[in-house]
Write a new protein. Structure first.
Length: 661
């Protein structure tokens, strides 16, 4: 059967309509989650015994570790197995289908996940997979016997992906909370980055809240606008907007030691300053907010328009214009691919190229049958999401890690890293078969994963167009009419787009003053040397929780969404711990912070981010070459560390009962 009719995930048609839609969807949807849905709907685990032996199992990430190429893309079933699953689904699924299995126990979950991914899934992954696939909401660990008193309040700074999540989970846990957001709307990154082509570069069936699955993503990698719409929908459905103060900038936060509270000063759009008190403060500012604007001679004299991608203004019309783009990160490639058809000429100025890999799904629409299955077939969505997570997470842990023997004789870091290198090199060479000059200019001089791998949304194709010129250079000087590159070429321009990324900023834009008058900015040497315990807590700043803090980004795989969920989970557990034990506040012990950071540095020393001899700049590292962004742990290990506070590492303040506060 082929998909000949329009599929409507929310069809209210009669049973015949739904039956037709179900069978059409079965023909196009992903067979692996479909098989899992068959197990859920029939309750027949014998299906796993029947299909399991027909799959070639590999160890998780085995081909990555050994550098061997899998015969089929990871997790894909052989064609005859696919046909048989579809046939069985036509036979067994009906429009009245229901999940008879519920959430599988650990043993069954391992069996199902192993069949669903065609890789051995160890039991240690079960809790994170159950949560991250969306089977269960994050499970509370600290016993809950005390209801948060109304006068115990929490301030959240920022209403992006983390702040929204914090608001939802604080609300669910019964805490009094308030969110301050400097912009006029929620969304953070996705509100700010509206440049042409802005899109998510992590698959959104996974890069979204595990507790708010969305079956309607139009693309596997949706636009920023679609992502922003998703976030707005979440805010609306949880009714948290009324607790968010928009256009309200947090200027400072000051710990009042004798009262064990924070005093937070805000400034609203009309300039009014207010001081608020809270028992805990959660910063949810992200780390890439402050645009990195190069300091180039003559920028002020430019007669046209200069714009940084994060400050895009919809009034900018590039039609028929001569445009120069500076930079070649994820943002630049999206801009270039998106504007190439519109402009008269396009000059891309590349100081140092990134490794770029092909990814067909970056521009693919999600077929209607897939959307129908996600919305209607029991547990299909959870297993679809589990696979999206599995193949983009700890399977990739090996990628940035240095194999000391291998690097003695290879440019790449390990056999696995070599696979990415070969993929990127082949893609580069096959994209420009007649342009060795472009191949040379676009070949990076650092190992893959030194900087974020870029998935190509059409950048290389754009560079082959007659009106597009690539310069392996930087800006030397800007004049009223254009740009002189460091190669000495003059490029006439009407618009200059700075796709130059961000100045790394870990919360130090706010004046945060802790115990003994210490400021977070001083402690972190103006933000250049940030160190936190678990990436979240800093000694001397009780009940301050810095989300997306130092060394917490999952740079080998997955996305910011997992960080959002695990950080918020940990914070709620900490707050509940305080209530359960009658404390006012917790402060991390200095020795615990130092020991944690010693382990972080030791683990990072073996990666392409800081290994001696690595020739990598970029925002992962500080001025001393220390990697301050990446989390060195496997996602499963970091997630496990963040299940609940470890009292041995913490000092507790106050023992007041709630009524004494
Ligand atoms: P980026 O990765 O930091 O890249 C900035 C680019 O600008 C680099 O090519 C850099 O060259 C260049 N540059 C910076 N200063 C320069 C100067 N003074 N002169 C010449 N060139 C200069 O920034 P980004 O592309 O905006 O990406 C930022 C982060 O956002 C990344 O993590 C990225 O993956 C993420 N992102 C995510 C999405 C998403 O969908 N989730 C979309 C876009 C971006 P050098 O390498 O030589 O410094």
């Amino acid at each position: 059967m082929t998909e000949t009719m329009p599929l409507d995930p929310h069809t209210t048609g009669d049973a015949d309509d739904r039956r037709s839609q179900l069978h059409a969807a079965i023909e196009v949807c992903d067979p692996a989650p479909l098989l899992m849905s068959l197990v859920h709907v029939t309750g027949d685990t014998g299906l796993l015994d029947e299909f399991g032996p027909r799959l070639t199992l590999s160890e998780p990430g085995n081909h990555y570790r050994t550098g061997t190429r899998p015969t089929a893309p990871p997790g894909q079933y052989p064609a005859d197995v696919v046909d048989d699953i579809r046939a069985r689904a036509h036979e067994l699924l009906t429009v009245e289908m229901e999940d008879r299995l519920g959430v599988p126990d650990a043993e069954l979950f391992v069996r199902m996940a192993t069949v669903a991914t065609s890789e051995y899934v160890a039991e240690e992954f079960v809790p994170i997979l159950r949560e991250q696939a969306g089977f269960v909401r994050s499970e509370r660990r600290v016993p809950i016997t005390v209801t948060p008193p109304a006068d115990f309040s929490v301030i959240v700074i920022g209403a992006g992906i983390v702040g929204i999540n914090a608001a939802i989970k604080l609300r669910d846990a019964g805490f009094t909370y308030r969110v301050f957001e400097a912009r006029h709307e929620i969304g953070g990154t996705w509100s700010r980055n509206t440049y042409p082509g802005a899109a998510v570069d992590t698959p959104s069936h996974y890069y979204s809240y595990s507790f708010e699955l969305n079956s309607e993503w139009s693309k596997y990698y949706p636009t920023g606008a679609e992502y922003q719409k998703y976030l707005k929908g979440v805010v609306e459905s949880y009714g948290i907007a009324e607790n968010i103060a928009f256009r309200t900038q947090v200027l400072s936060a000051r710990w009042i030691e004798d009262q064990h509270v924070w005093e937070v000063t805000t400034r609203s759009a009309d300039g009014t300053r207010e001081v608020h008190r809270a028992n805990a403060v959660v910063t949810a500012l992200g780390m890439l907010n402050a645009p990195n604007i190069p300091d180039v001679e003559g920028m002020d004299s430019f007669g046209g328009r200069i714009v940084h991608t994060s400050e895009w203004d919809e009034s900018i019309d590039l039609t028929g214009k001569r445009v120069v783009v500076l930079g070649t990160g994820c943002t630049s490639v999206q801009v270039v691919a998106n504007i190439v058809d519109q402009v008269e000429s396009l000059d891309v100025v590349v100081r140092s190229p990134h490794w770029i890999v092909p990814e067909k799904a970056v521009v693919s629409d999600v077929p209607d049958g897939e959307k129908w299955a996600l919305a209607n077939i029991p547990r299909y969505h959870e297993w679809f999401r589990l696979r999206a997570y599995w193949f983009a997470s700890d399977n990739l842990y090996v990628m940035p890690r240095i194999d000391p023997e291998w690097v003695k004789t290879h440019f790449s870091a390990s056999p696995a890293n070599e696979m990415v290198l070969n993929t990127a090199r082949n893609y580069l060479e096959s994209s420009f078969p007649d342009r060795p000059d472009l191949v040379e200019k676009l070949t990076p001089d650092f190992r893959p994963y030194g900087k974020r791998i870029v998935k190509d949304p059409g950048f290389f194709k754009a560079l082959t167009r007659d009106h597009v010129t690539l310069h392996r250079a930087s800006f030397q000087r800007v004049t009223p009419d254009g740009v002189f590159t460091t190669e000495g070429k003059f490029v006439p321009a009407d618009v200059i787009i700075l796709a130059t990324g961000f100045a790394l900023e870990f919360t130090t834009s706010i004046d945060i003053v802790g115990r003994n008058g210490d400021t977070l900015a001083d402690r972190w040497k103006g933000g250049d040397d940030p160190r936190a315990y678990l990436g979240i807590q800093v000694t001397g700043f009780p009940n301050l929780f810095v989300t997306a803090g130092p060394n917490s980004a999952p740079n080998h795989g997955a996305g910011h969404n997992i960080l959002s969920e695990e950080h918020v989970h940990y914070i709620i557990e900490c707050l509940q711990y305080l209530l359960e034990n009658g404390h006012d506040a917790m402060d991390v012990r200095q020795d615990a912070l130092e020991e944690y950071n010693r382990k972080v540095d030791e683990a990072l020393d073996k990666t392409v981010w800081v290994h001696p001899g690595e020739n990598v700049n970029g925002y992962y590292r500080n001025s001393e070459g220390r990697a301050v962004v990446p989390c060195p742990w496997r996602l499963v290990d970091y997630w496990t560390l963040l299940r609940e506070p470890n009292p041995d590492d913490l000092e507790f303040l106050g023992s007041a009962t709630p009524s004494d506060r």
